[in-house]
Design a binder for this molecule. Structure first.
Ligand code: NAD
Ligand code: TYD
Length: 379
């Protein structure tokens, strides 16, 4: 088990980052280190999602400070250098990305900037610090995959199953499936994955990489399928289904993704990649069906009335048909298992959105950005 002391989490104010930070502080007793959250607070970053963590572990907590927030862009090398020095970073978990496929179709440039150039900048700064630390420890450069303590920096890159392309009716993505990205989002993530592996093979930087299927759960920005549907159902608004609604995704509850990341960080083989998935393939229309039942049950609404708001709309250009993950490697090698069933996860998610209308309304009104504007001016 590696002893991770100063973890730089990038994009920690986004959906998966927030859940990961909460998981480490609140439900991972073996984690005793510090988290430095570097986030540019784009439209997807929401600092209010971490208020509770800030209070308990941040600078005003009144006890040992274990959580730090830094506003900054992963493309900004100078900023990165400063952070590595200031906090003596030994671990990087790179969540920071532009993550929404529909937005990547409308405006791909920022996807290339953040996902490709940002990952490049982060890798290169991490490499410099790793080499400096390795020289300090006056030993050989630490490339051993199973060493428990690696001087310097371990770099984990959080990626997606979308890099593998689209499946037909049969088959699964394994860790050796060739990359075949088809949207600007997945192409930019594929490029970043290749950079990460190149920094390992060429320079020896200790890296790990994970490719995960679709996540769902609390704090997801309401542009993605599941939160969008829940909120629209609760408010009697139309439910837009792209194409015939028979596209298939493999869904995983976000906390289980966080647990997988922790397993990889603490004992994953360096230089290797792990697929993470829920082993839960669903057609979009089947998910909407499930959600209608849960929302109706929790709110007393008439399920038939909700069903009548379904609208089949124009398909997403280049819409991938099916994703399915073979995650046997992480299960067998690291003992990771999904803990939350899809049904249980969906119920928790519906309850969370029902009980957190303030969080949703703050996004709608733009209030979730006030803190940034007050502290850093309009961005
Ligand atoms: P998100 O869009 O909710 O959050 C992204 C975060 O990154 C935001 O807080 C944003 O402010 C920050 N960010 C964006 N550009 C930045 C930059 N240049 N510098 C610093 N911060 C920046 O995304 P998410 O759903 O939490 O996804 C996190 C990671 O996981 C992404 O890399 C994504 O590709 C990957 N992933 C997501 C899913 C999913 O289903 N959501 C599945 C597999 C992998
Ligand atoms: P999304 O949540 O955007 O994730 P991704 O595209 O990364 O898989 O979409 C999940 C699936 O739901 C995808 O097949 C597109 C579909 N979808 C709709 O049918 N309607 C919608 O309004 C959205 C946002 C997605």
């Amino acid at each position: 088990m590696r002893n991770l002391k100063n973890i730089l989490v990038t994009g920690g104010c986004g959906f998966i980052g927030v859940n990961f930070i909460r998981l480490l502080f609140k439900h991972t007793p073996e984690f005793s280190g510090r988290i430095i959250n570097l986030d540019a607070l784009t439209y997807a970053g929401n600092i209010t999602s971490l208020q509770e963590i800030e209070k308990e572990f941040g600078i005003d907590s009144g006890s040992t400070v274990r959580y730090f927030f830094e506003l900054g862009d992963i493309c900004d090398r100078q900023r990165l250098e400063g952070i590595f020095d200031k906090y003596d970073i030994d671990t990087v978990v790179n969540f920071a990305a532009e993550s929404h496929v529909d937005r990547s179709i409308l405006g791909p440039e920022t996807f290339v900037k953040t996902n490709v150039m940002g990952t490049f900048a982060l890798l290169d700064v991490a490499r410099r610090h790793w080499q400096l630390d390795a020289e300090d420890s006056s030993g050989p450069l630490p490339v051993s995959a199973d060493a428990e303590y690696i001087p310097g920096v371990i770099f984990h890159h959080v990626s997606t199953d979308e890099v593998y392309g689209s499946l037909g009716e049969a088959g699964f993505f394994t860790e050796t499936t060739p990359y075949d990205p088809r949207s600007p989002y997945s192409a930019s993530k594929a490029a970043s994955d290749h950079l990460v592996m190149a920094w390992h093979h060429t320079y020896g930087l200790p890296v790990t990489l994970s490719n995960c299927s679709n996540n769902f759960g609390p704090f997801q920005f309401p542009e993605k399928l599941i939160p969008l549907m829940i909120i629209n159902m609760m408010e009697g608004k139309p439910l837009p289904v792209y194409g015939d609604g028979k596209n298939i995704r493999d869904w995983l509850y976000v906390e289980d993704h966080g647990r997988a990341l922790w397993a990889i960080l603490s004992k994953g083989q360096l230089g290797e990649k792990y697929n993470v998935g829920g082993e839960n393939e669903m057609e979009n229309v089947a998910i909407i069906d499930e959600l209608i039942k849960i929302v109706a049950d929790k709110s007393g609404m008439d399920p038939e009335k909700i069903r009548r708001t379904i609208r089949f709309v124009k398909d997403r250009p280049g819409h991938d048909r099916r994703y399915a993950i073979d995650c046997s490697r992480i299960k067998e090698e690291l003992g990771w298992e999904r803990e939350t069933s899809f049904e249980e996860g969906l119920i928790k998610t519906v309850e969370w959105y029902r009980d957190n209308m303030t969080w949703i309304n703050r996004i709608r009104s733009g209030e979730y950005r006030y803190w940034v504007e007050e502290n850093y001016g309009r961005r």
